[in-house]
Design a protein. Structure first.
Length: 323
């Protein structure tokens, strides 16, 4: 027989052993962290890097300059170069692979799409074409008729109603241009008539800024530029255009924005502004955009860049759709 003292000792050991087993079952298992991985680490995207060459429309060019500057400040590893040349240069350049992004202030013509069927268009906003006259011109109250403007540009000589107002020279674009295509399509069945040729005596200038400067320097000149280039410009007058029904259209922020709203809604006419004088502002890529090119275009289409459109005198899609 065991003594009471020994039995008591066995009882204490048993109790201690059971208590240890209970503690072992209820204590948490140790957390194992994979080698090299912190429990609080958050995956981050690699910083963007590379270069983008943008070229084409001189209408889209100042907008691209502003957006590119903002994009590069957010992505210091990316270098963006913007150059002009006209919408035609942007369309052909992207088709041939000269540019990473082409700029066009028009929808790409069907003839260009036939040659370069991989062109993909991204519309970032819109604007319109304005007719401008020098400071020495006396404008009629209801503007110049489409017929008088067309007859003058077709021959290269201002007709009587223009000369009586003081117009002596007519200016057009020297290069293939969305602005010129829009104005030519407004006046003629064949928009190519707006360009200088052997049968007319039109004066030419490069880019919207070139035509603007030419008319600013010629008190008796008449030309056309994107409306955005007239904001804050001195030495010019905005010209009303009068259609065959006698309705006159005045270049203004509200009228052009209203015309753009009707244009994008595929209306046949607009009470605000001639539909042939409003146009989209487009980025073009050779096939769907990828990589940093897609990143830039996505950024350009956000509301963050409203300041750039306003500074250029253009209208973002958000602004147009809000009307």
């Amino acid at each position: 027989m065991f003594s009471k003292k020994l039995i008591a000792t066995f009882s204490v050991v048993a109790i201690i052993t059971m208590f240890a087993l209970v503690l072992g079952c209820t204590s948490p298992s140790p957390t194992v962290t994979p080698t090299g991985t912190a429990t609080s680490a958050t995956p981050t995207a690699a910083p963007l890097s590379g270069s983008i060459l943008i070229g084409g429309s001189t209408t889209v060019q100042p907008l691209s300059d502003l957006i590119a500057k903002q994009y590069m400040s957010n992505n210091t590893g990316v270098k963006i170069t913007v150059q002009g040349g006209g919408s035609g240069a942007g369309e052909v350049g992207i088709g041939k692979g000269t540019f990473d992004i082409g700029m066009a202030s028009e929808m790409v013509p069907a003839t260009v799409m036939q040659t370069y069927p991989n062109i993909t268009t991204y519309t970032v906003g819109g604007s319109g074409v304005a007719i401008i006259a020098g400071s020495g011109v006396t404008l009629p109250a209801n503007g110049f008729s489409i017929k008088d403007l067309a007859d003058s540009y077709a021959s290269g000589k201002p007709v009587a109603n223009l000369t009586s107002a003081g117009i002596k020279e007519l200016y057009t674009r020297a290069e293939s241009s969305g602005t010129a295509d829009s104005f030519g399509g407004y006046l003629f069945t064949n928009k190519t008539y707006i360009y200088a040729n052997t049968s007319n005596n039109l004066r030419t200038a490069n880019g919207n800024d070139g035509v603007l400067a030419a008319v600013q320097g010629d008190p008796n000149g008449l030309g056309f530029v994107d409306f955005g280039f007239t904001h804050g410009a001195t030495g010019i007058q905005l010209v009303q255009a009068r259609d065959s029904s006698g309705k006159s259209y005045t270049p203004s922020d509200n009228n052009i924005k209203g015309g753009l709203k009707d244009y994008f809604n595929k209306q046949n006419t607009s009470t605000y502004y001639p539909l042939k004088l409003v146009r989209p502002l487009n980025y073009l890529t050779n096939g769907p955009a990828t990589g940093i090119v897609k990143s830039y275009i996505d950024f350009a289409m956000t509301a963050n860049n409203e300041f750039a459109f306003q500074q250029c005198g253009y209208f973002s899609m958000q602004d147009i759709n809000s009307m």
